[in-house]
Ligand binder design. Structure first.
Ligand SMILES: Cc1cc2nc3c(=O)[nH]c(=O)nc-3n(C[C@H](O)[C@H](O)[C@H](O)COP(=O)(O)OP(=O)(O)OC[C@H]3O[C@@H](n4cnc5c(N)ncnc54)[C@H](O)[C@@H]3O)c2cc1C
Length: 340
């Protein structure tokens, strides 16, 4: 079920950056490694192009404009004076990228060719068996769609499902991004740059060139109310201007006339920052997969794989889902559920 369109929200507007081992030492490590491996094999299994590409990743910083001439030239020749590279963070063995909208759409089409059906409509509730013991389907547009298993995967809008089942809170964190048409002028170098604004604020700017010739740049996030309708997500004009001013400092490739999108999206975030993947407590047949925060494109494949195993076989074999069990988090209180 999709109420807007496939990849309408963050899954169509993310950077698409993937890393093998950047979650090492955290509960996400196994999920990330398995996902990175699946991202590498999926292009051979699915006949579609979503611009999967191995890349290099660097950290660095941008010195104030007035001081730029005092520093050695940028180590990457496509960058402007004053953009300094400090470390290599990833190599083509450990970092890669996809175009997230094309990836999401290709996976949906592949599922359809295996018998899945994509239906438009907004889910507004769960339908249970007469004794309430298990799920029987979902309410959609005034009708019922029968189901013996339901997965809640509505990104930050999963919070609405807390009205229907015992689900812990999910928050939305908005970030602006600008997409440039850079063609073949920008190589496959992802950048994570420390930038000192005139105001004194220090922000991390992320630059993601993709193999389809687009480059997405994002920075900072804010906590604004999530619009009820995913189609109503818009960027704040002043945040876009702020980001565009930063982009202009990074490279002559990021000129205003090359902009192809000014956008924003909400990352789904849980109380402890880890995703919720697994059975919804006290709800036989209902599952959840959300809260992937900054790694939702990376961790999508192993999440889908493990959840399919859990639903079909009763346990996930490919990835241990224990750290992501929703039971670890407190469900939203009923009065909060009504007001959220
Ligand atoms: C600026 C930015 C950059 C990012 N960069 C990266 C990156 O480089 N790498 C990475 O791994 N991750 C990145 N992320 C994170 C990633 O985008 C998210 O974690 C991921 O896309 C979340 O996917 P999702 O399917 O859970 O939610 P979403 O993509 O938000 O999808 C939710 C879907 O549910 C639908 N929906 C909502 N309510 C209902 C309903 N009642 N009935 C039916 N359908 C409904 C919506 O229409 C929407 O299509 C980034 C995020 C942002 C904001």
């Amino acid at each position: 079920m999709e109420r807007t369109e496939v990849a309408a929200a963050a899954s169509g507007k993310a950077g698409g950056f993937l890393a093998l081992d950047w979650c090492a030492g955290t509960p996400l490590d196994q999920l990330a490694r398995r996902s990175f491996q699946l991202h590498a094999t999926l292009p051979r299994e699915i006949a579609s192009d979503w611009a999967y590409q191995r890349m290099t990743a660097y950290s660095g910083f941008v010195v104030p404009e007035r001081e730029a001439h005092r520093h050695a030239p940028a180590k990457l020749d496509w960058l402007a004076e004053g953009v300094l590279i400090a470390h290599r963070l990833g190599t083509p063995e450990t970092t890669a990228i996809v175009h997230p909208r094309k990836f999401t759409a290709a996976i949906m089409s592949a599922a359809q060719s295996h018998g899945a059906e994509l239906r438009p409509g907004q889910v507004t509730g769960m339908v249970r068996s007469a004794d309430g013991s298990r799920v029987r389907g979902v309410d959609v547009n005034g009708g019922v769609i029968e189901a013996d298993a339901v997965v809640i995967a509505m990104g930050p809008w999963s919070v609405m499902a807390a009205e229907w089942v015992h689900l812990p809170a999910v928050f939305g964190q908005r970030s602006p991004s600008i997409v440039y048409d850079t063609g073949t002028d920008v190589p496959a170098d992802a950048l994570f740059l420390e930038y000192h604004e005139e105001s004194g604020a220090v922000v991390t700017v992320e630059v993601f060139p993709r193999a389809d010739g687009s480059t997405l740049i994002t920075a900072f996030s804010d906590q604004v109310p999530l619009p009820l309708d995913p189609a109503a997500v818009t960027p704040d004009a002043s945040e876009i201007d702020r980001l565009q001013a930063i982009c202009g400092r990074l490279s002559p490739m990021f000129r205003a006339e090359r902009i192809i999108a000014r956008q924003a999206c909400f990352r789904p975030v849980t109380q402890d920052g880890l995703p919720m993947i697994g059975k919804v407590p006290q709800s036989e047949g209902i599952y959840v997969a959300t809260g992937h925060s900054v790694w939702g494109i990376l961790n999508a494949p192993a999440t889908g794989e493990a959840l399919a195993e859990l639903i079909a076989d009763g346990c996930a074999r490919s990835t241990d889902l224990t750290p992501f069990d929703p039971i670890r988090l407190r469900p939203l209180d009923p009065w909060l559920r009504r007001s959220s």
